[in-house]
Design a protein around this ligand. Structure first.
Ligand SMILES: C[S@@+](CC[C@H](N)C(=O)[O-])C[C@H]1O[C@@H](n2cnc3c(N)ncnc32)[C@H](O)[C@@H]1O
Length: 427
């Protein structure tokens, strides 16, 4: 049986498939991309509903899991468990629609696994009867309360003893949507007026980023196709300002895909840019992004650690090292990472980042600067990484950022979490 694509049952079914895939180890964004390709006829409303349910269920997964632990006596098939998680999330979000949610969840399971219909109905009705106890079930478990895995809590508490809870709270919110104005094509004031006229109001942030009042589909952004604007988090837009590349300089973006920061560097100055990327498919996105904006760079697929493979021996004036990391500062955009990553992964990222830093340092000109960037909030990838790098490289001087040794941005209502350290090579 097929459910109407504009029904809640359909959105519950599709989002439960995505959640089930993630809990079995798959990447959420890739899964959603594949699902959209398989349904080119989806209306914007259907796409939005499926996305919203899957993302917000996974953002809160720890809480839903704590509720289900009290309601299930044996583990159900992964689709059914995922459907129950999505439905429990929706029941919490929209208590006034409780009976519709239960009815539509039953329709959703009937369409996929008809034999489980009675079980889903019974569990959800029981969940409703015991709704007053949910807060206690969640409250006794710190990891459930914060909707993050326990190891993440511990690591964050060690890294930021004063603000770890605020960081977790921000990580559970819907992320803001910010735009970067292509300053070669228009001013921020012109962009704000154009957006206002299109019914997409926003305001200016630091570094000339624009924060939208409400997130919108990219298709609704005026001037996006023509390269006047790009979607880029306001925190990510700090990188180009901090690196401060000037006309005529030779610049390396060592980990470049999908090319957001490369594009920003090129919008700000006429630099000779080499963009490296390890993953060939992701590298293709750099060229597409730059073409939309009317910008150009040399794009190469290479492992930036393997200097023999890509470096011609000519040193760079500036290097952007936007390294692969845990992405713990952007978990609200990619809530699957909270549940897919393991504590041991952080040490592996740190080792890889150290190799990248050591390799790139050799390609930096004397007096040149390298900006190290992560979208992590864990010290091991950030402050400690840079302290260890400086201990290995006596010719590395750390330049202050806004009067501090480095800069840790925490996720908040304006931007995601990022870390920046600026290093100069002494002569
Ligand atoms: C944080 S993302 C970069 C985001 C990009 N700078 C932007 O602003 O659009 C890190 C990228 O580095 C790539 N990468 C990972 N290891 C790499 C390596 N050893 N050499 C080059 N690229 C690498 C990943 O595939 C990923 O695309």
């Amino acid at each position: 049986m097929r459910l109407p694509a504009d029904s809640l049952g359909y959105a519950l079914q599709a989002s439960a498939r995505l959640v089930a895939e993630v809990l079995d180890g798959a990447n959420l964004t890739d899964g959603f991309e594949r699902m959209q390709q398989a349904h080119p006829d989806w209306a914007e409303g259907t796409r939005g509903a499926v996305r919203d349910l899957a993302w917000s269920t996974l953002r809160e997964y720890g809480r839903g899991d704590a509720v289900l632990r009290h309601l299930l006596h044996a583990p159900p098939p992964s689709f059914v468990r995922a459907l129950l998680l999505v439905a429990v999330h929706r029941l919490g979000q929209r208590p006034e629609q409780a009976h519709t949610v239960v009815d539509q969840a039953v329709q959703a399971v009937a369409a996929e696994m008809p034999g489980m219909r009675g079980m889903v109905n019974a569990v959800l009705r029981n969940a409703l009867r015991q709704k007053a106890s949910w807060a206690d079930w969640i409250g006794v478990d710190e990891a459930a309360r914060h909707a993050h895995p326990r190891w993440w809590l511990e690591r964050l508490r060690r890294s930021h003893p004063e603000r770890w809870e605020a960081v977790l709270d921000a990580g559970n919110q819907h992320p803001p949507m910010a735009l970067r104005v292509n300053r070669r094509r228009m001013t921020v004031d012109e962009a704000l007026a154009m957006l206002q006229q299109a019914g997409v109001p926003g305001h200016r942030l630091e570094n000339d980023a624009v924060l939208l009042e409400r997130p919108v589909a990219v298709a609704r952004l005026p001037g996006h196709g023509e390269g006047l604007l790009s979607v880029q988090d306001a925190g990510a837009q700090w990188a180009a300002r901090l690196l401060d590349a000037r006309d005529g300089e030779r610049v390396l973006d060592a980990c470049a895909a999908p090319g957001g920061k490369s594009a920003h560097l090129l919008e700000r100055a006429d630099v000779d840019l080499l963009a490296l990327e390890l993953d060939p498919q992701r590298a293709e996105r750099i060229g597409r992004n730059l073409a939309r904006l009317g910008l150009a760079a040399q794009v190469r697929v290479a492992d930036c650690r393997d200097l023999h493979a890509w470096w011609d021996g000519r040193p760079f004036d500036r290097i952007l090292a936007d390294v692969p990391c845990s992405a713990s500062g952007v978990a609200r955009r990619h809530p699957d990472i909270k549940w897919l990553r393991r504590d041991e992964d952080i040490g592996r990222f740190a080792a890889q980042q150290a190799e990248i830093l050591d390799a790139l340092w050799q390609t930096l000109a004397p007096d040149g600067t390298m900006l190290y960037v992560t979208c992590s909030v864990f010290d091991e990838e950030n402050r400690l990484q840079i302290a260890r790098f400086r201990a290995r490289h006596g010719d590395a001087e750390q330049l202050p950022i806004d009067n501090r040794p480095d800069c840790q941005l925490f996720p908040n209502a304006e931007h995601d979490g990022f870390y920046f350290a600026l290093l100069r090579k002494s002569r």
